[in-house]
Write a protein that binds this ligand. Structure first.
Ligand SMILES: *[C@@H]1O[C@H](CO)[C@@H](O)[C@H](O)[C@H]1NC(C)=O
Ligand SMILES: *[C@@H]1O[C@H](CO)[C@@H](O)[C@H](O)[C@H]1NC(C)=O
Ligand SMILES: *[C@@H]1O[C@H](CO)[C@@H](O)[C@H](O)[C@H]1NC(C)=O
Length: 273
């Protein structure tokens, strides 16, 4: 109960008591706790009547006070409703801010992914060239030249290149000679997707033609770490036997080289076939 309502209730209680005494004194009502208009004090009134009208006036006042109080309750209810709405609005605002922030971050990430993917189409991660001047090797079987490499990642592919001249002399008299030159990576030929090699076949005796050679290919599935890349010579692909070994020679006077590249390609499974 609001203090003002309490005060009026007390007043009413006092008025009820004094009205019950039914005093006949002319001015007695002027000394009551309730302050009455000046004009009222000069008039002769039956106290009881006066008290009654005063009580009605007070009750009306109290009703009004109650109405005000009720209105305040209503106001409070309204205010708390507004407050709740505001709180929700603030929360929504926060969420909007949050969503905006997330959207921005998402956009940045997508841009990053796009730039990485653009870069991934083909970017060299790591490269090494091993070369030697006037490296000539007359063998018919085995290792000719090699290059050590350190592969940085598992998810990259290896590009290997041989550059240097090749020669094969047919040792006659008939049927021809053939040799195969091939890369090995860590002692094995590439199988993913396939071998990186070339062959020479000659059927003219004593043909001593040195040919420039540029052999290269991509190989998947080479693990990160030390990689031993080698250029070798040997028999031609199985299933085509019957040719003489001949007299092969690899490299002569000019420079021979092996180039090894670690390459990041977009979707190695579909790009390297
Ligand atoms: C209480 O509020 C209503 C409107 O909400 C108004 O019409 C009425 O006059 C108010 N009562 C008092 C006593 O203020
Ligand atoms: C946003 O929300 C956080 C936590 O939910 C709160 O601490 C902060 O005051 C809110 N900011 C606004 C502007 O409402
Ligand atoms: C490469 O893969 C192997 C086997 O899964 C793993 O042990 C190694 O840590 C990987 N290396 C790099 C650099 O990711």
């Amino acid at each position: 109960m609001a203090p003002s309502v309490l005060r009026i209730s007390l007043l009413l209680a006092v008025l009820r008591v004094t009205a019950g005494q039914s005093t006949t004194s002319e001015d007695s009502h002027c000394s009551y706790m309730l302050k009455l208009p000046e004009a009222e004090c000069g008039r002769t009134l039956v106290d009881e009547q006066y008290m009654e009208s005063s009580m009605i006036a007070l009750q009306t006042q109290m009703t009004q006070m109650n109405l005000v109080t009720n209105n305040q309750t209503e106001d409070i209810r309204k205010l708390s409703k507004d407050n709740e709405k505001l709180r929700q609005k603030i929360e929504a605002g926060n969420q909007t801010e949050h969503i905006q922030k997330l959207t921005e971050e998402n956009e940045k990430l997508q841009q990053r992914i796009a730039s990485i993917e653009t870069g991934r189409k083909r970017s060299v991660v790591n490269v090494k060239q091993c070369s030697r001047r006037s490296h000539g090797d007359g063998r018919e079987y085995g290792l000719i030249f090699s290059c050590d490499f350190v592969k940085k990642r598992n998810d990259t592919v290896l590009r290997v290149v041989w550059n240097g001249d090749l020669r094969l002399i047919d040792t006659g008299p008939k049927g021809g000679s053939a040799r195969r030159w091939f890369f090995t990576i860590n002692g094995k030929e590439c199988s993913d997707p396939r071998t990186i090699d070339t062959q020479l076949h000659v059927s003219d005796s004593d043909s001593d033609n040195h040919r420039p050679a540029y052999v290269e290919g991509y190989c998947r599935g080479v693990a990160a770490g030390d990689v031993y890349v080698a250029w070798n010579v040997g028999d031609i692909t199985s299933g085509q036997s019957g040719y003489k070994v001949g007299d092969s020679h690899t490299g002569w006077v000019a420079t021979v080289r092996i180039i090894v590249e670690e390459v990041d390609v977009e979707s190695a499974d579909t790009v390297i076939v």
